[in-house]
Write a protein that binds this ligand. Sequence first.
Ligand code: DAH
Length: 355
Amino acid sequence: MSDLKKIKEEFSLKLKSKLNLSEINQVKSDLFGKDGLITSQFKKIGLIDDSERKKFASDLNLIKDELNELIDLKTKEIEIEHINTKLEKEKIDVTLPERNFSSGKIHPVSQTIDEISSIFSEIGFNVEEGPDVENEYNNFTALNTPDNHPARDMHDTFYLDEKKEKLLRTHTSPVQIRTMLKDKPPFKIIAPGRTYRSDSDQTHAPMFHQVEGLHIDKDINMGHLKGCLNYFIKEFFEVDKIKMRFRPSHFPFTEPSAEVDIGYEIRDGKIVIGEGDQWLEILGCGMVHPNVLKNVKVDPTKYQGYAFGIGIDRLAMLKYGINDLRSFFECDYRWLNHYGFDPVDVPTNYRGLSR
Ligand code: DAH
C-alpha cells in the first residue's frame, strides 16, 4: 500500500473514533504541522519522477481535502455534543411545584396613614415627622399651654423624669412647633405619628395615632380650613357628599377653635358615613393662636393660618369596620391576616373601600 493510502486509512479511522477537542488538534498537527505527514508528502513532490508527479500531486490534494473535511465534521460534532450536555445540565424543570411562602400584611393603621398622606400630598401638603419623646416646651408651653394650665391635666401625660421636662408626646401638635422653628413661612404640612396618654378602654389606648395639619401663609382663613377638611373627608371615605359641622370648642393653641363632626347613620347594622342624622366627632381644629406664632418667631400681623389634629385609629375603625381599638395593638396574627392589606396588591394611594 502506498504511503498516501496508509495515511488516509489510518487517520480516517482515527477521525471516526471518539475524540475530544485537544485530540483533534493533535491530529491536525500530526497531519498538517511543520513536520506533519501530509506536509512532508507535499515536500516530496519535487523529487518525484516527471511521469508520476501529476498523479501523485492530485492524489495528495484529494486526500488532504478529505482529511480536512473529516476534521471539520468531527469538530462540529464535538461542539454540538458540548452544547447538548450544557443544555441538559442547566435545564429548568418547570413542572416542579413552587415553594410555599407566606407574606406579611400591612397593618390597617399603616394603610390608613398611607392613604391620609397620599390625599393631603395631592393638595400640596408635605409630610413632617417628630420624635415620640418630646420636651415639655414643644408639647405644651410653645403651644400656648403654660405650666398649671388646666389643659395639661386633661392630657394624662406620661412624664419620663421627675422634673417633668421629658415626656411621651400627648399629641402630634409639637411637630407644628418643630416645623416652624426650623423653616420660614409659608408652611403647609401634615405630621402623622404615634401619641401617648395614660388611658385605656374600648375606644382609648395608651398609645394611639394622630395626624397633625398646619397651613400658614399670608391670607389663610377659616374658609380654607373648611374646604380642606371637607375635601379630605370625602376622599378618605370615598363619598361624593359629606354632612359635616363645625362645633365651637376650645384648644389653647387655636382661636377660634372647633371640633368637627360628620354625619352618619346605621343601615342594616352597618355604619354609613356622610348621611343620616347622627353625628360623630372626628377631629379638632382652629386658626393658629397668635401666641403660638410669636413663640416660633413668625409675625402674626403678617402670617396666619389653620391647624387640625385627627385621630387616625378612629378613622381606620370607621372605614374598615373594626370596633375595638385595643385589637389594633394586640399583634394577633389571625386579626392581622383578616384586617391587614396585601403588600403586593395595594398601591400606596389605594383608597381601600373598593376592596
Ligand atoms: N392636639 C389636639 C388634641 O390632641 C388636637 C388638635 C386640635 C390639634 C386643634 C390641632 C388643633 O392642631 O388646631 O386633642
